[in-house]
Write a protein that binds this ligand. Structure first.
Ligand code: ZN
Length: 326
């Protein structure tokens, strides 16, 4: 067993791994610092390498939270070096192919017509292609109690279509098992996982931690917290670069001065303010949606004075705009 030197890792990753985010960070570091010759031995490109690690992390290493990072790194390294992981991936791919093929055949025999999908495509793409072809057969009704007042109808429909596809997938399975004659489904979007971003004008991927642990009962706080996280990783580059690469972090005076946590708080506050500005201007959000989202900023941690001040101003603006309308 070969374990990386402690000094190669950032201080905050020493000791026990407290949550999934830290584990993810740790795996990223492992990718960055594992010597190149091991990569060469496996004949992997850096991108593939990262993808495989990410998959491994999600499928197998969730239970590593709570363990010491040295243990985790050793397990990860061992698996990669022995090549066991690679073989397992190949096996999984083959299983998926067989499963897709079986599903396609049973759907075809059930609806009595051929469906043209190449089953030799990875699971997610296959399911999407299948449900798209089945959509005309399905009657979908959508309800979104939390969002119907906050988002424009167009966006609501877009989101509903996305979720409906997933429900259709569940239904296709049921329909095969239960021999149903028609597909009629109702999608109730109580708390969508994806959240609308006023900067992208599109839905951003959700966060399991924020959804299930941090804000299980406060949807608007989840929404804005998820956007802050999304902003940090998708809308700016300097945040990820600073913690991922020594060379970059070393040259970033702000990162050096504030430390990892302080830097994150500063970047989060910047993100909050940019998001508030974008929310105010957004045409897909109703006055109600804007107000709820901006108010929710106050329920997030570590707001600085500038952010709190902007929240107050933004709320006043929404009130004024509301009054002008009537
Ligand atoms: Zn965005």
């Amino acid at each position: 067993m070969r374990v990386l030197k402690k000094t190669q890792f950032p201080k905050r990753l020493r000791g026990r791994i407290e949550n999934e985010k830290q584990l993810r960070e740790l795996v990223f570091w492992t990718v960055e610092v594992i010597p190149k010759d091991i990569k060469r031995k496996l004949g992997l490109q850096v991108r593939e390498w990262r993808e495989r690690l990410a998959e491994m992390l999600f499928s197998k290493h969730r239970d590593m939270v709570g363990k010491d990072w040295v243990q985790v790194v050793s397990v990860i390294e061992d698996e990669i070096i022995s090549g066991r992981f690679k073989e397992e991936l190949e096996k999984r791919k083959l299983q998926e192919y067989e499963e897709n093929k079986r599903l396609l055949e049973s759907v075809e025999s059930r609806i009595g017509r051929r469906i043209s999908i190449n089953p030799n495509i990875p699971g997610k793409v296959f399911i999407t292609a299948l449900t798209e072809q089945l959509t005309p057969l399905v009657d979908v009704k959508v309800e979104a109690p939390l969002l119907s007042r906050a988002l424009s109808n167009d966006l609501l429909e877009e989101l509903a279509r996305y979720y409906a596809q997933h429900h259709i997938w569940v239904l296709v399975r049921e329909f095969i098992k239960g021999n149903r004659d028609s597909l009629s489904i109702e999608v109730v979007l109580e708390k969508p996982f994806m959240t609308y971003c006023p900067i992208c004008k599109d839905f951003a991927e959700g966060s399991e931690y924020l959804y299930e642990e941090a804000f299980p009962d406060d949807y608007f706080a989840y929404w804005i917290a998820n956007l802050v996280k999304h902003y940090r990783h998708e809308h700016i580059r300097y945040y990820d670069l600073s913690w991922r690469y020594w060379s970059y972090g070393d040259k970033n005076p702000e990162y050096q001065k504030l430390g990892h946590d302080g830097f994150r708080i500063t970047v989060n506050n910047r993100a909050k303010r940019q998001l508030i500005r974008a929310i105010l201007k957004d045409e897909n959000l109703s006055a109600y949606g804007k107000r709820e989202l901006i108010l929710a900023v106050l329920r997030l941690q570590h707001n600085d004075e500038k952010t709190v001040e902007l929240v107050k101003k933004a709320l006043q603006k929404i009130e004024q705009a509301d009054e002008e309308k009537f």
